[in-house]
Design a protein around this ligand. Structure first.
Ligand code: NAD
Length: 269
C-alpha cells in the first residue's frame, strides 16, 4: 500500500532527541526518507542512534550536522541533502532551546541564543527550503503541494510565560513568520503551517514531569488529564506533511490536551 509520505524527503532539525526524534520516526514509518539534523559533534551519537532505530524498523535516512542559527551551516546542510537525495520535500523546523531567566536578570547572550536558534534558525531553514522547492518544481506523483514546511511553535506563541521572555518572544515570532511566508508562497503551492505543542515529555522540560508530584501539578494545566508524548506530535506532523491536509495553510495546530483552553477559568464564575 502507498504510504502517505512515500518517495518524499523530510528534513527534521534538532532530531537527535525529543520531539524531533519522534517526528523523524513517525515520518519514516509513513514512507519518508528522513534527514536527522543535529547541531554539534557531541549530539551526533544520539542522532545516529535514532537513525539506527529507524533503519531497524525498515525506514531510511541519514544524519546531517548543522547549527541552524548559522547561515553557512544551514546552506551547506541543504546542499548536502540535495546532493544525497535530489531534493527536499518536507522541512520540519523543530530545533529549539530555552535559556530561562527572570526578566531583570536576563543577559543579552540568553536573549540572542534563544532568538538565534528558535527564530532565526527557522527563518534560515525555511528560506533554503523554499528556494529548493521553487528550484525543483512540482512533482505531482509525490504530492499535490510543491513543498511543505512545519514550524514547531508552542502554546507559548499565545500564552505569556513569565521567566521565559526570550522563549515566548521566539514562539510569537514564529507565528507571524509562518503566516507571512504562508501568505507569500501559498500561490506557489507551498504549504506552511505550525504545530503548537503543549507539555510533551522530552529533555527540554524534564523537571516538570520527573516526579509524580511535578507531573500531577503539570496536569492541572491540561484539561485532557495527561502529559503529552512525542508520538502525539509525530502523528500531527505526518498529517500536516501529507496530502490529507492539502487545504490547510498558515495555521497553528495546537496539540496540547486543551492547555490553550485556559483551564484556570473553568471554575471561575
Ligand atoms: P529537546 O531539547 O529534546 O530537543 C531540542 C533539539 O534541538 C535537540 O535535539 C537539540 O540538539 C536541538 N538543537 C538545539 N540547538 C540547536 C541548533 N543550534 N541547531 C540544531 N539543533 C539544535 O526538546 P523538545 O521538547 O524535543 O523540543 C523540540 C521543539 O519543540 C522546540 O522547538 C521546543 O521549543 C518545542 N516545544 C517543546 C515542548 C515540550 O513540552 N517538550 C512544548 C512546546 C514546544
Amino acid at each position: 500500500m502507498e504510504q502517505k509520505l512515500s518517495r518524499q524527503v523530510a528534513l527534521i532539525t534538532g532530531a537527535s532527541s525529543g520531539i524531533g526524534a519522534g517526528v523523524a520516526k513517525a515520518m519514516a514509518a509513513s514512507g519518508a526518507t528522513v534527514v536527522l539534523n543535529y547541531p554539534v559533534d557531541a549530539t551526533r551519537p544520539a542522532a545516529e542512534a535514532i537513525l539506527a532505530d529507524i533503519t531497524a524498523a525498515g525506514g531510511k535516512g541519514m544524519t546531517c550536522q548543522a547549527d541552524v542559527s548559522k547561515e553557512d551551516e544551514v546552506v551547506r546542510m541543504f546542499k548536502d541533502v540535495v546532493s544525497a537525495y535530489g531534493t527536499v520535500d518536507i522541512l520540519v523546523n523543530n530545533a529549539g532551546l530555552q535559556r530561562d531567566s527572570a526578566f531583570t536578570e536576563m543577559t543579552l547572550d540568553q536573549w540572542n541564543t534563544v532568538i538565534g536558534v528558535n527564530l532565526t534558525g527557522q527563518f534560515l531553514c525555511a528560506r533554503e527550503a523554499v528556494r529548493e522547492f521553487l528550484r525543483r518544481g512540482m512533482q505531482p506523483e509525490k504530492s499535490r503541494a510543491l513543498g511543505k514546511i512545519i514550524c514547531m511553535s508552542s502554546v507559548h506563541e499565545i500564552i505569556p510565560w513569565a521567566g521565559h521572555a526570550n522563549y515566548a518572544a521566539s514562539k510569537g515570532g514564529i507565528h507571524m513568520l509562518m503566516q507571512t511566508i504562508s501568505q507569500e508562497f501559498a500561490p506557489k503551492k507551498i504549504r506552511i503551517n505550525a504545530i503548537g505543542p503543549g507539555a510533551i515529555k522530552t529533555p527540554i522540560n524534564h523537571a516538570a514531569w520527573a516526579t509524580p508530584e511535578a507531573e500531577a501539578k503539570l496536569e492541572e494545566l491540561i484539561p485532557y488529564g495527561r502529559v503529552g508524548v512525542v508520538e502525539d506530535i509525530g502523528a500531527a506532523a505526518v498529517w500536516l506533511a501529507s496530502d490529507d491536509s492539502d487545504y490547510v495553510n498558515g495555521v497553528t495546530l495546537f496539540v496540547d490536551g486543551g492547555m490553550t483552553l485556559f483551564p484556570g477559568f473553568s471554575t471561575n464564575g
